[in-house]
Design a protein around this ligand. Sequence first.
Ligand SMILES: [Zn+2]
Length: 459
Amino acid sequence: MIRTCVFFLILAILVVLTAWVAEHPGAVLVTFGEYRLHTSVSFLVVAAGSFAFVVTFLDRIWRYLAVAPHRIAVTLQENRRRRGYRALTQGMVAVAAGDTDEAGHQAKRAEGLLHDLPLTMLLSAQAAQLRGDEGAATSYFESMLNHPEMAFLGIRGLFMQAFREGDEENALRLAQRAYRLHPKTPWVVHALCDLQVRAGRWEEAEATLKDATLRKAIPSNEGKRQTAVLFLRQSEIAEGQGRDQEGRRFAQDALKLAPNFAPVIIYCARLSVKEGDVHHAEKIIEKAWLKVPHPDLAATYLEIFSGEDMLERLSRIEKLGALRPDHPESHLAIAEVAIDAKIWNEARRHLTETIATMPSARAFRKMAELEEAERGRGRRVEHWRARAAEAPADNMWVCVNCNAIAKSWSPTCANCGGFDGFRWSALRSGSIDSAGASRSRRVDRSGGFSGENLAMPNR
Ligand SMILES: [Zn+2]
């Protein structure tokens, strides 16, 4: 807009100047040696203007021609870069879609267009993995180690290869290297800790958890729980080898770190019973029940008094339930023993209370069991079974790494070998029984980075 105004202003000045010159005719005489030039002022003005115009025009053309090769080169380079990134994107999409041919084709295009851009190495490595060429993938991952900005991804790729091949020694070395580069990345912490536990490097695993907690790579409560599980595993080993005192010490340390984590309480209670200290076992379960009522705690509590008759057991569980009288787990625990003791009304009352606050499949199944035990098979039993089938899934011990389920908690998953993987949570689709599953389903705490995708850690 401003440029247009300036143009019209200059044009107006020129018109006015031309008109003024035309109205005031005059002559110009130029003498140079023997030459004399005699002309009008108007002609001289027009000649000077034309000369200035031609000089400016030629200057513009000269400047344009001088920079043209550079401009053409930049444009070609930009087009090449754009096509390279398009190939890179299409290659990544092909990898995610599992399209081997397209991934390989786009990887080659990206490599040709972007030359040695480190990101193309990642695509080429993934495309190689997709077509099953692990050797080529390894060389791409190794090349990435030479680029500081891609070194972590290269280590990660090599780590996953080593892990899948079962080369835990190499995987541990790579996990240590990854930890040095990115100590705040949760999957690195978990992978390193898993491998240290697997190698029996307890002190190193403990140090990793401590360092990761200080760096806030993992939440403080998670670090404490994992360290407690570490102590629990060491206690199990010490007990198994007859080093009872050491085992007890580890168990006490675990209890201090995770006083409300059911597996730790159960382990310590059983250890106390083994040592003849039933009172201590009873107290730690009661203390934990006050905070976090858990069905495994109730089962262990009854286990302590397994020699007693049904009515005594009912009285024991009522004592435990009275600590959290309104909690559904208290009602359910009492109802289960009342059914065994054939005290139907008491069982029904507690199950009704449970269903009112926590309408779980477990409560409905118990109601069906009660009806069948009291009155035999009939419509009522079918009714409760149907409701159990429709109710939300019960909580179980589910491995966060491989989705395996287990009847009882253990420090490591029997399926994937992951350390501290079990969480008390609802069953998810695709869950498998950890006891019967194959060991071939390996832990994948890197969030499934196996060449098929670029998903980030999900733990
Ligand atoms: Zn698992």
